[in-house]
Design a protein around this ligand. Structure first.
Ligand code: ATP
Length: 358
């Protein structure tokens, strides 16, 4: 049994030795103990049929466990009225699940109306949410089929947020849209989450999506077994076994680099008098590397940029140096490709050692 406990702090959702066996004999979830921290995004990943959706649906009692306990905000879900519980938890699914014969605005107002808010207040709230998820007021008057797939998913998110629930369940919400729109929707969700700090449980097949969105990632394998649950960087640096390593893919190292920032990597003063000179503007903002007969534009990096971005830039740079700047774009120093490499290696082993100590 893998128990996943993120440590101190309040846990909004707790699974304790949860088992789900369907009447036809299929075990969908096997002895699951998992804690999902309040205000964080917990991503459930794994191949098809490994029990992700069943796990998610046990939180709002769309499926009840065969044994074990699930608590939301400390309260056993089985002791709560299923319909009431569902209204208090936002739920977003892949095909958006919108009512086709209601306008977008009325779709978003569904739960507030069920909660007895009154038409005017419910619609006002729906109007606000349209804006929150990046849609125009005009879109609110349309019917779902008059929107693109990506827009429909935004409406799905707005509807789930309507009654301001503390918990959001998202089941492959961006699975049916093309990669570009998917990335936009992920960015939007991250932006919203910064503001709202919901406790989110997010199901996906996609490792990259899990790494981008998850504060914690729980990896399942067939038969409903939880294999490992950890923060993305920890998971990438130290997969528990070959199954997890294979699942994370051959580009595990690159993904780890994309999660690690430049902040802790040392910098040195820009070199002077060499073949290549770093050209600054009057405000000391880096512009280009210049030599007698060439000038190559510089893309300066901030502390918040990733090691992956830094490696890329160091490869593009004729000096193998990256120019580092502060928030105003003013030069703070340079870092060499060798230094970036070294730090990438350190990050990897630091995570490995930290993991091994547990
Ligand atoms: N109502 C049901 N009755 C019987 N078996 C079911 C039922 N719902 C799900 N299952 C089975 O339980 C297992 C887990 O299903 P679940 O939908 O939770 O997996 P999943 O990881 O979400 O898969 P996917 O990624 O394909 O959606 C599967 O073998 C599935 O066939």
């Amino acid at each position: 049994m893998t128990i996943c406990m993120p440590g101190k702090g309040h846990h909004m959702i707790q699974f304790d030795a949860v088992h789900k066996r369907f009447p036809n004999g299929t075990t969908a979830v096997h002895d699951l103990s998992l804690e999902m921290p309040e205000g964080g995004v917990t991503v459930l990943v794994g191949s098809s049929g490994c029990g992700k959706t069943t796990t998610l649906r046990m939180v709002n009692r769309m499926v009840d466990p065969t044994s074990g306990t699930i608590r939301v905000g400390g309260r056993d879900v089985l002791e709560q009225d299923a319909a009431e519980l569902r209204r208090s938890i936002g739920y977003v699914i892949q095909q958006s699940g919108l009512f086709p014969h209601r306008t977008v605005l009325d779709n978003i107002a569904t739960v507030p109306l069920l909660l007895g808010w009154g038409r005017r207040k419910a619609r006002a709230r729906a109007g606000e949410l349209l804006e929150t998820v990046g849609l125009t007021a005009e879109a609110g008057k349309r019917y779902p089929h008059q929107l693109s797939g990506g827009q429909q998913q935004r409406v799905g998110v707005a509807r789930a947020l309507a009654a301001d629930p503390p918990v959001l369940l998202m089941d492959e919400p961006f699975g049916a849209v093309d990669p570009v729109v998917r990335t936009q929707l992920q960015d939007e969700l991250l932006r919203l989450q910064k503001e709202l700090s919901k406790t989110i449980v997010f199901v996906t097949h996609d490792v990259d999506e899990a790494v981008r969105l998850g504060d914690r990632i729980a990896i399942f394998r067939t038969g409903g077994h939880l294999v490992q649950c950890a923060a993305p960087a920890e998971l990438l640096a130290r997969p528990a076994d070959d199954f997890v390593a294979d699942f994370l893919g051959a580009e595990r190292g690159l993904k780890l680099l994309s999660l690690t920032t430049l902040a802790d990597v040392p910098q040195a003063p820009a070199p002077e008098g060499g073949t290549w000179e770093l050209v600054l503007d009057e405000a000391r903002r880096p512009q280009a590397w210049r030599t007698e007969d060439a000038e190559i534009p510089v893309r300066p990096l901030r502390d918040t940029d990733s090691l992956l971005a830094a490696l890329n830039e160091s490869i593009a740079s004729p000096t193998a140096l990256v120019a580092r700047v502060d928030a105003d774009g003013v030069l703070t120093g340079v870092t060499s490709r060798a230094e970036i490499h070294e730090h990438a290696g350190e990050t990897h082993s630091a995570h490995s050692t930290a993991g091994a100590a547990v």
